[in-house]
Design a protein around this ligand. Structure first.
Ligand SMILES: *Cc1c(COP(=O)(O)O)cnc(C)c1O
Length: 368
């Protein structure tokens, strides 16, 4: 017999309902100001987010994909340079690399952390490697300490890890530069698209600022062929409103992760998410692993619990990436085949967690 969860449990259990009056107020203020493009809201958000992360510079751009392309170019990546990045990531990490003119070289991940390791990165290095892009996947943090200094710039793709820490330092402050996305579902999300580049390097920041504005510092002289890619003032105003909530939200996510364990999720035959050494995970997604993941997802859905797979076709096997062949990536294939995301968010009540764990028990009994 199938027991339905009392109330269906969504995969993304977060909501901005509480903030709607404050959001409406901020939008009205920006509308009244008439300052739509860059200007004081964007400046203020850039200062506040840089201070939150403990970095010198934040450059707001239109989305997290542009942030990667612009950051790679600002770090000195030129056409035909190689960039090492994991295949087990959101497609945009690789797409941005190609759009910067570079050649993506896919490296493997540790299927337990879903992140690259020193060993997997080293296996992909060649004399043409010009940058490495470790990804803080699912809210975990790539092992930037362990990667150390490989002699080429490190660009941390922190789109899924706003607020996470590694050995006390914030994700987004760990490499030579980092990128964020403020897509609504990310841990710090706006009301549409948005992104940022963060760095301690004055030169990288200055180049990124030019590239986001048609390769110009003063709107008169254009020194590079750049982009029109700016963080919108309306989004910046909303992000300023929500940034002070980020730590509380992330703590709620971590509390939900602890509750999954307290309710016995780890005893059912699922491999639970494992933070990299020294990482404070922020559970953008709560991604477990299991051999028959698709059957388990279907069995959960039948019980009213939303679950889904991420990146079943890893990037190196996507049709658009055919030109960039890679060797075997066994950790990537295992992660791609076995992962399943369970409900996670800032508003996941303990009884919902208990319902998910009970549904997992039923599902796994059925597919074991
Ligand atoms: C969301 C995401 C991006 C792209 O961000 P957009 O704002 O959607 O362009 C890049 N990398 C990773 C890992 C992401 O999760």
């Amino acid at each position: 017999m199938i027991r339905l969860a009392v109330v269906p449990v969504p995969l993304f259990a977060s909501s901005l309902d509480r903030y709607q009056p404050a959001i409406a107020e901020r939008l009205a203020e920006v509308a009244a100001s008439g300052r739509w493009i860059l200007g004081p809201e964007v400046d203020a958000f850039e200062r506040e987010f840089a201070a939150y992360l403990g970095v010198r510079h934040c450059v707001g751009v239109a989305n997290g994909t542009d942030a990667l392309t612009i950051a790679l170019r600002a770090l000195g990546v030129r056409p035909d340079d190689e960039v090492v990045l994991p295949s087990f990531t959101f497609y945009a990490t690789a797409e941005a690399t190609v759009n910067a003119g570079a050649v993506p070289v896919f490296c493997d991940v540790d299927p337990e952390t879903f992140c690259v390791t020193r060993e997997t990165v080293e296996a992909a290095l060649t004399p043409r490697t010009r940058a490495i892009v470790p990804v803080d996947l699912f809210g975990n943090v790539a092992p930037m300490d362990e990667l150390g200094d490989i002699g080429v710039p490190m660009l941390e793709d922190a789109a899924q890890a706003a607020g996470a820490r590694l050995s006390g330092r914030r994700a987004g402050s760990l490499g030579d530069a980092a990128t964020f996305s403020f897509f609504p579902s990310k841990n710090l999300g706006g009301l549409g698209d948005g992104g940022a580049i963060t760095t301690d390097d004055d030169e990288v920041a200055a180049t990124a600022r030019r590239l986001r504005f048609h390769g110009s510092e003063d709107k008169v002289v254009h020194t590079e062929v750049g982009y029109n890619s700016r963080l919108d003032a309306l989004q910046a105003a909303i992000l300023r409103l929500l940034l002070p909530e980020l730590d509380t939200w992330n703590e709620a996510r971590r509390e939900a992760a602890r509750a999954y364990e307290q309710h016995g999720l780890g005893e059912l035959g699922l491999a639970l998410p494992r933070p990299t050494q020294g990482a404070e995970h922020v559970f953008h997604l709560y991604v477990a692993r299991q051999e028959r993941a698709d059957d388990t997802i279907a069995a959960l859905e039948r019980q009213g619990v939303s679950a889904r797979a991420y990146y079943r076709t890893p990037v190196h096997r996507q049709p658009a990436m055919r030109a960039f062949a890679s060797g075997d990536l066994p950790g990537t294939e295992m992660a791609a085949r076995t992962n399943l995301a369970l409900p996670m968010g800032t508003e996941l009540a303990d009884d919902a967690i208990a319902a998910v764990v009970a549904a997992c028990e039923t599902a796994l009994a059925g597919v074991a």
